[in-house]
Each structure stands twice: as structure tokens, then as C-alpha cells.
Design a protein around this ligand. Structure first.
Ligand code: ZN
Length: 154
């Protein structure tokens, strides 16, 4: 599957701003990569300020529903390009899970980020896959959701 057939669904800017307002522990990035912001989907530069918050990306109740830790730049940052797999993901070990429209898990894999494009292709080949959710494999931070991209002409 070509990467143009799916679309990243990172945290909504309005949700990110609400979490910033609610606050959390503040970190100053002292290494890179190491502080992945989940709004711009970039690894923070050394000296960037981030907050650590808890985010529930699920849209429906299911036994799998859970919140995960995420870093956000402390101050609003640029929304990510939703058509490209960012280096933040492709250079990490990831946990990738697919869900149906009821948020029930269909498939799951722990992968090297270099294989993300292929794994997304494999998961979306299943017609019942509505959404794929990506977490950092080691620390469990949620990174982004991914949806099938709908062809505007069909
Ligand atoms: Zn950011």
C-alpha cells in the first residue's frame, strides 16, 4: 500500500491546547531524539520546553480504551503534516494496533519504525480496519492514530 492511502490523525490542536491549559510536569529537552511532541510530530530540539500529560485517543468505549502519556511542546506548535510518516516514528520501535469501528482490537505488532509503512499497508488491507493506533513500544506513549484515506473522487 502506498503511503498516500492513509492519513495521520495526530492530537487535535484544540485538545492539545486544553491539555496545556490543564498542565503537567514540565521538561526541558536535554537530548534529541528523546522528547517527541505529539502535536507537531517532531522530536524536540535541545532546550525546547515540553509538558507531560495523559491523553485518551479513543472515540468509543471498549475494553481496550485507555489513556497514555504524551509529551507536547509547552507552547502551541505547528500541526503535523498528516500525509507523511515523520522521522519521530520511523526511527523508533513502535507498537502498532488496529481497531474496528467499535474500537475492538483486530491486530497488533511490535515493529521497527522503518517497517511502519508496510505494517500500515498490511493492517489496512483488512476491510474492517477503521483505525490504527501507534504507541512508542518501550514507554507506551501514544503517538498518533492513522485512518484510511478516502479518495475524494470515489
Ligand atoms: Zn510540537
Amino acid at each position: 500500500m502506498d503511503k498516500t492511502t492513509f492519513q495521520l490523525r495526530p492530537i487535535l490542536p484544540s485538545t492539545a491546547d486544553r491539555l496545556r491549559e490543564e498542565g503537567g510536569p514540565v521538561y526541558v529537552a536535554d537530548s534529541t531524539p528523546g522528547f517527541p511532541c505529539r502535536q507537531c510530530l517532531r522530536d524536540a530540539d535541545i532546550g525546547d520546553e515540553l509538558i507531560l500529560v495523559s491523553h485518551d485517543p479513543f472515540s468509543a468505549d471498549s475494553p481496550y480504551r485507555s489513556a497514555s502519556p504524551i509529551f507536547l511542546h509547552r507552547y502551541p506548535c505547528e500541526p503535523a503534516d498528516e500525509s507523511e510518516l515523520p522521522l519521530q516514528l520511523t526511527r523508533r520501535q513502535l507498537s502498532v494496533r488496529s481497531y474496528d469501528t467499535s474500537e475492538m482490537m483486530l491486530d497488533a505488532a511490535v515493529i521497527d519504525g522503518q517497517d511502519l509503512n508496510d505494517t500500515l499497508g498490511r493492517f489496512f488491507r483488512a476491510a474492517e480496519t477503521a483505525r490504527v493506533r501507534i504507541h512508542n513500544a518501550s514507554r507506551g506513549c501514544w503517538a498518533t492514530d492513522v485512518e484510511r484515506k478516502h479518495d475524494l473522487h470515489s
